[in-house]
Write a protein that binds this ligand. Structure first.
Ligand SMILES: C[S@@+](CC[C@H](N)C(=O)[O-])C[C@H]1O[C@@H](n2cnc3c(N)ncnc32)[C@H](O)[C@@H]1O
Length: 224
């Protein structure tokens, strides 16, 4: 079977991401974090900026619904800044961050000890799945969405870079996402919100357009 990462195996992808953050060695102390702050600062600011932007655009009725205390998964959470922000914004909800990179999660656990992080494959249902800036790293983003939707009880929130060139290496994007990538309806879910935006994140971190899509399970529509 062709890898979901094109020419890369999952092990190669995990090693690539782990190596990126592995400068922290095994011992992630406060002083090591402070010393290396500059290195992770950009990543944290970008993840945080994406989550902050998304929260600002989530429709009010959905915010109220989530605030009732829905379970939220931040899939592909990396260092966990988005998991942390979601947990702060939705204190009644339980937010979990998931990633394949144990090194990223180790840093996330150190930076945000109040948050829960897991490295297992997605195998539990969540009311809300948030997936920011991950899908473009797969050769078939729609197939990944379908996999995620199997574990989504109500809302699927995805943020993706819009357009951009395809470069066949993991450091870049394997898919170019356009308005045709995701249909209006996918496996019992309906796209209820779609917005194209330029992010208020510093140009040196992300200087492109992003597309926010929110899908809702059709059988839950009108049940806020
Ligand atoms: C570009 S980062 C996105 C980080 C963050 N969500 C954001 O908003 O910027 C993509 C993340 O997806 C993770 N990832 C890639 N393949 C994965 C998989 N199969 N399961 C879980 N996480 C995965 C990577 O380890 C990486 O942390």
């Amino acid at each position: 079977m062709k890898s979901i990462y094109g020419n890369w195996t999952e092990e190669e992808v995990t090693k690539y991401i782990d190596d990126w953050f592995d400068i922290f060695s095994d011992d992630i102390t406060e002083s090591v974090l402070a010393e290396r702050e500059e290195h992770i600062d950009g990543t944290l600011a970008q993840i945080d900026g994406f989550a902050d932007g998304v929260i600002k655009f989530i429709p009010k009725h959905m915010i109220d619904d989530i605030n009732k205390g829905l379970s939220i998964l931040d899939w592909g959470c990396s260092l966990g800044a988005g998991t942390h922000l979601l947990q702060q914004k939705f204190p009644n909800s339980k937010v979990t961050g998931l990633d394949i990179s144990e090194v990223s999660l180790k840093i996330g656990r150190k930076l945000f000890p109040e948050c829960e992080f897991v490295s297992e494959k997605l195998n539990n249902p969540y009311d809300v799945i948030y997936c920011s800036n991950c899908l473009e790293h797969f050769v078939d983003p729609l197939a990944m969405v379908k996999e995620h939707l199997k574990f989504t009880n109500k809302y699927y929130i995805m943020l993706v870079p819009f357009g951009g060139k395809i470069v066949n290496k993991i450091a870049d994007h394997l898919s170019c996402i356009t308005l045709n990538t995701f249909p209006q309806k996918i496996d019992g879910f309906n796209c209820i919100y779609q917005i194209y935006m330029r992010f208020p994140v510093e140009a040196k971190i992300w200087n492109g357009f992003q597309m926010l899509f929110i899908y809702q399970k059709i059988e839950t529509e009108g049940k806020q």
